[in-house]
Structures are given as C-alpha cells and as structure tokens.
Design a protein around this ligand. Structure first.
Ligand SMILES: *Cc1c(COP(=O)(O)O)cnc(C)c1O
Ligand code: SF4
Length: 346
C-alpha cells in the first residue's frame, strides 16, 4: 500500500506538480492500494495515475468543501436526508484508495472513522420513524472498509427496523481492492439478502479498471442476485473523450453492470483541474447517445451547487410551442412537430 512520499517515489518518477503536493498536502490523504497502483502505466498522463496520485493543483482555495450542502441536510451525525424517498448513510470516512476527485473531501479520510454501533442505532431510529424513505445508500468513504462485525451489525439493525428498504451498497472497492470480497464478506452480505434487495453501486471511471479481478468481484454480487449499477465521474484527462466513455460503457454492460450516472464534477475545493466544462460534457453526451444503446447509456447528471439537487444534462430537443403544436429537433438536426392533446383528432 502506498501511503508516503517515499513509497511513491520508489515506484514512480514524480512530476513537479505531484512532488510539490507533499510541501502543502491538501486534506485528502495519499493512499493507493498495491492492486490499483499496479494498473498505472508509468506515463505522465496515465488516466489511472491522474485519479490517485496527488498534485499541488489540489492545493487551491477555489471552491466550497460542501457544495451539496450535505451538512445542512444531515438528520443524524451520519445520515443525510436530502430527497424525500431516499437517504444516504456515511458508514465510514475510510477507503482502500483515495480518489483525488472525491466530492466528499469535507469528510473522506479525515477523523470520523467507521460508524459506531451507537451511530447505527441512531440512524436506525430515524429510519424507523420515516416510512417515506424507500432506499438507503450505504456510502462513505467505502462501506467495505468496515470491520466485518460492524458490517454485520449494520445490516442486522437495518433489516430489523426496516426490512422493506432497498439497500444500495456503494463501493469503489471492487475497482481499487477486489481482494476484499472474501467468502466471509460475501457470506455476511448473503446472510441479510432477504426482504428488500441489495443493489451494488460501483464507481468505474476507465475501461482499464475493468480487469479480471474487478469483474470477478462484481460477479460475486451478481451470483447472489444482487444487480450492479455504475456511477462514473466525468474527469478531465481521464475519461473526457467519447471513445473512452464508449468503451467503458459497453464493457460495463457486457459484464452485467448497468451504466447509471455519468456525473459532472462537483464544485469541490481542490478538484478544478479534473473538471470538464458543461458544454463539452453535453457534446460528449450527444455523441455517446449516437454510439451507445439505451441500455449502455448513462445519464449525464449535475448535482447543483448550494444543495440544489440532481438534474440531467443533455441536448435540448424541445424547442418551441404554439397554440397547436410542440416543436422538436431530431438528433440529426431536422425539425418535427407533435400536436397538443386537445388539438389531436382520433
Ligand atoms: C444522489 C443522492 C441520492 C440518490 O439519488 P438517485 O438519483 O436516486 O441515485 C440520495 N441522497 C443523496 C444525498 C444524494 O446525493
Ligand atoms: S472511493 Fe469514493 S469516497 Fe473514497 S475517495 Fe474515492 S470517491 Fe471519495
């Protein structure tokens, strides 16, 4: 595992901006698993390297540390209730590898640590009183860094109070630390695999992350009838070209992982060098729609600043309306109209 400057220097020729990070390290620590590091090709612009090797480009005070206003929307120390019918539980601040683009920098890898039994009880109590919540995201940090006994307690408690809630297992460990998914871990999951389903939410950003090891880890969930969905972050110099995204999405679908979201980078401090302009993102979305099937196509999505919530970004096809018609442009740029309901003749 790579945790220090010495670890990193012994394996990689650092660029000036990477070396300079160590002079004033930003809040998110350095941590790269040996497995994930082995995917790096020793090139300056390697897309795997860009996601995990820190750079002094992070060390700027350019944006918010909590643009999604998660702190304001927290209802217990660990539970965020932003949308009526779903909530997110921050199960730990730890990950097996820290991503330089992490949008939860205010929290990740700092000092909260794993969720305590008391905090689990607190969240369970809230959930028991809020039947409008139908889905719970178990996120962090990475859920699967929890000790197995704590993971067991978490599942046990949640199933006890709300067996009807769909539990999303949000994890990047299948990408960065696939050896985590031992028989014991899978048995713990399967022990609670009744009632409302578990769903696996992965975070693959580049086709080279879909290795035999990571696919095998995902297959362990699929073989328990747990469906898999993927959330990609659109990242400059990592996956901001249409061919890379096309290959990623097709490879995900082929391996039974449904591309779910393609996220526009949040306005989080220290991540501006990894962000893509929204206009360029919409052009990528447009081109991807031509190349991918509906099943392989993720939703390009922006979580609006100041806690505004998620919206889908895509080319606008609805252009105008008059008394009788709605007017559209086709993906090829031609015009079409569709009559308003009260003007239709059967
Ligand atoms: C994104 C998000 C969710 C889940 O939203 P979906 O659109 O259903 O994936 C839930 N809670 C919070 C706080 C979120 O940011
Ligand atoms: S795995 Fe998720 S929570 Fe952890 S550093 Fe990466 S983006 Fe942040």
């Amino acid at each position: 595992m790579i945790l220090t400057k010495e670890d990193l220097i012994s394996k990689l020729n650092l660029k000036a901006d990477e070396e300079a990070w160590f002079n004033s390290p930003s809040s998110l620590p350095l941590k790269i698993s040996d497995y994930y590091f082995s995917l790096i090709e020793n090139k300056e612009d390697d897309p795997i390297r860009r996601q995990v090797v820190p750079s002094c480009l992070e060390c700027v005070n350019d944006a918010s540390i909590d643009p999604l206003k998660e702190v304001k929307n927290s209802v217990t120390t660990r539970l965020i209730h932003r949308y009526t019918n779903r909530a997110a539980l921050l199960t730990t601040d730890r990950c097996f590898t820290y991503c330089r683009h992490c949008f939860r920098r205010r929290f990740t890898g700092l000092d909260s640590g794993p969720i305590s039994e008391k905090e689990i009880d607190e969240a369970a109590k809230y959930l028991s009183k809020h039947s409008e919540i139908k889905e719970l995201l178990l996120t962090g940090g990475d859920l699967f860094t929890l000790p197995l006994s704590r993971l067991d307690y978490l599942f046990k408690k949640l199933k006890e109070v709300r067996p009807d809630i769909i539990l999303r297992l949000c994890t990047r460990a299948v990408v960065t630390f696939p050896e985590r998914f031992t028989d014991e871990v899978m048995e713990t999951i399967n022990k609670y695999n009744y009632g409302a389903p578990f769903m696996l939410l992965t975070h693959f950003n580049h086709p080279r992350e879909l290795t035999n090891e990571s696919i095998e880890a995902v297959n362990k969930f699929l073989s328990l009838s747990i469906p898999a969905f993927n959330q990609t972050v659109l990242l400059k110099g990592v996956n901001d070209d249409v061919s890379t995204l096309e290959e990623l999405c097709n490879k995900l679908l082929y391996n039974r992982i449904k591309p779910y979201y393609l996220f526009q980078g949040d306005l989080v401090q220290g991540t501006s060098h990894l962000r893509v302009d929204i206009k360029d993102g919409i052009l990528l979305d447009k081109e991807l729609r031509k190349r991918l099937s509906g099943l392989a196509m993720p939703q390009y999505t922006l979580d609006l600043p100041e806690g505004g919530g998620k919206i889908v970004l895509t080319e606008n096809h609805f252009v105008a309306e008059d008394e009788k018609y709605y007017y559209f442009t086709t993906p090829e740029g031609e015009s079409r109209k569709y009559p308003k309901k009260d003007k239709q003749v059967d």
